[in-house]
Ligand binder design. Structure first.
Ligand code: NIG
Ligand code: FE
Length: 421
């Protein structure tokens, strides 16, 4: 509920470059992800897109009091949401497979029959870069309307150098043209394309060979792979990760989604950023991740949409202090969803995260999962001024709504002109 204006500091004529937000309760998420890091009746000061001061309104230093001020009407401020795992660049959809699954065919069966990921590969290979951009940017705008200020976007529906490049170029273009930060992941090792049937090792050679060109074009931030019995085995992913490491790139992995392949232990061996899905994660995998500082990224949308029953080992992850991120996994096959707060609700209801853990999962821990925790993920001096104001009574409201929430104000890099996206 928006409370009436509580005597905000004076408005200014905007002559200074700095900006001030006040009349707001703040969940900074800056306390090592253990609490909301609350500041009641707080204020934030930003200059040139960065936070330069944050604290109680009564303590705003005199030097900032004349800055152009935005009244947040007593709402709650959080860091911009970070969706750290998406396949949001794609063409077409797979509602036909959704219907087939509901009449009893499994996701794995569809994949083995040449559908699943390979259906999206056929659609992406046929799409031009402009067509891909038009379809995909609309989806990112939906994520942004729900509070996303940073989104990770994977390739993986091209599976040739040209088509993977096209996907990654579209991801970069989204970051350049919309008010959103984009982190790209090369996911060449997502599925075996039909032209390599029976020759998975040779396809991994081809992926390894694609990497240097894509990296030279500035298209790859992280290397990802799908380690599963319907995708690639640990030895094959190891070769992909080795190639990434030689180029100085961090790695992450789709690990233990449908079975325990030992992928989490592998990604930890590379001190990887994250192991994602992890429904079948073993105790050994958890211990390896805890030691390496690797984040788990929970993807309750895929769990829900595939009607999975094996819940990730949350209690053990908590006990071993493995940081937990939460993301949408937005994709046409296993998680056609476009709201991070809806994913937070699913993480609480389906996986029993607390609302505080869920929000940390889409802010500070998601930033860690992207290797960007020094830049984004919490509201602290020196970080980007990516901030949301919500018309809510308490932070738990963001995980409470089954249908997702929409911020009343969205500030990206200190700029709130993109409020109505
Ligand atoms: O994260 N698990 C592998 N990849 C995606 C699904 C991609 C698809 O089915 O199109 C996932 O669930
Ligand atoms: Fe995924």
């Amino acid at each position: 509920m928006i409370k009436p204006n509580r005597n905000p500091l004076q408005d200014s004529d905007g002559a200074q470059s700095g900006r001030l937000w006040l009349n707001v309760d703040i969940a900074t998420m800056g306390d090592g992800a253990r609490s909301y890091g609350e500041i009641r009746d707080g204020a934030v000061v930003a200059e040139q897109g960065r936070i330069v001061w944050i604290g109680p309104r009564s303590e705003v230093p005199a030097a900032y009091r004349g800055f152009a001020a935005t009244d947040c009407h007593g709402g709650w401020m959080t860091p911009g949401l970070i969706d750290c795992h998406t396949h949001v660049v794609y063409a077409g959809n797979r509602s036909d497979e959704f219907e087939a699954r509901l009449s009893g065919v499994s996701y794995e069966d569809i994949a083995r029959r040449g559908g699943g990921i390979l259906s999206s590969v056929r659609a992406v290979r046929q799409a031009t870069e402009d067509e891909l951009f038009t379809q995909s940017s609309k989806r990112v705008e939906r994520l942004m309307a729900g509070g996303v200020t940073t989104v990770e976007i994977k390739s993986g529906y091209g599976l040739t150098l040209d088509a993977e490049r096209r996907m990654l170029r579209v991801a970069r273009r989204i970051g350049n043209q919309l008010s959103v930060r984009v982190s790209t992941s090369f996911l060449g090792a997502h599925a075996l394309p039909p032209e390599y049937a029976g020759r998975a090792d040779e396809y991994i050679d081809a992926c390894v060979a694609m990497l240097p060109a894509l990296v030279a074009e500035g298209l790859v931030d992280v290397v990802d792979a799908f380690c599963e019995n319907i995708a690639f085995n640990v030895a094959q992913v190891d070769r992909m990760f080795d190639a990434a490491s030689r180029l100085g790139l961090p790695v992450k992995l789709h690990a233990e989604q449908l079975s325990d392949q030992g992928g989490a232990t592998l990604v930890a061996r590379y001190r990887g950023l994250s192991a994602d899905h992890v429904e079948y994660l073993s105790t050994e995998g958890i211990a390896a991740m805890a030691k390496a500082g690797t984040v788990v990224t929970l993807l309750p949308g895929a769990f829900y949409f595939l009607r999975e029953t094996k819940v990730p080992p949350i209690a053990e992850l908590r006990r071993m202090s493995v940081p937990m991120a939460v993301a949408t996994d937005s994709n046409p096959g296993t998680s056609p969803m476009l709201s991070v707060t809806q994913a937070l609700n699913m993480a609480c209801v389906l996986f029993r995260l607390t609302p505080q853990e869920a929000l940390a999962g889409a802010t500070i821990n998601a930033a860690r999962a992207l290797g960007l925790a020094s830049e984004i993920g919490s509201l602290e001096v020196g970080k980007a001024a990516d901030m949301l104001v919500w018309d809510i009574s308490r932070p738990a409201d963001l995980s409470y709504s089954v249908s997702g929430s929409t911020p009343a104000m969205r500030v990206y890099n200190g700029d709130d002109s993109s409020r109505a996206i």
